[in-house]
Design a protein around this ligand. Structure first.
Ligand SMILES: [Zn+2]
Length: 61
């Protein structure tokens, strides 16, 4: 089991599956993120790392 003390979070750009809106979200989101345009859930929190429920376009390292 790996424990990561430092939080290496990234910002990622995703594209909404429904309305094609591109949005930058946090990949360690502790709350779910919704599309600013149509309200579709783009990311849900899953034990520290978020589960992306849309297409990832770009990752900002
Ligand atoms: Zn949308």
């Amino acid at each position: 089991m790996r424990t990561e003390r430092e939080t290496r979070s990234k910002f990622i750009m995703v594209k909404c599956n429904d309305c094609e809106n591109e949005q930058v979200i946090f990949d360690h989101a502790s709350t779910s993120a919704k599309c600013n345009v149509c309200g579709r859930t783009l990311v849900v929190p899953k034990g520290g790392k978020a589960e992306i429920r849309s297409r990832v376009i770009k990752v900002f390292e």
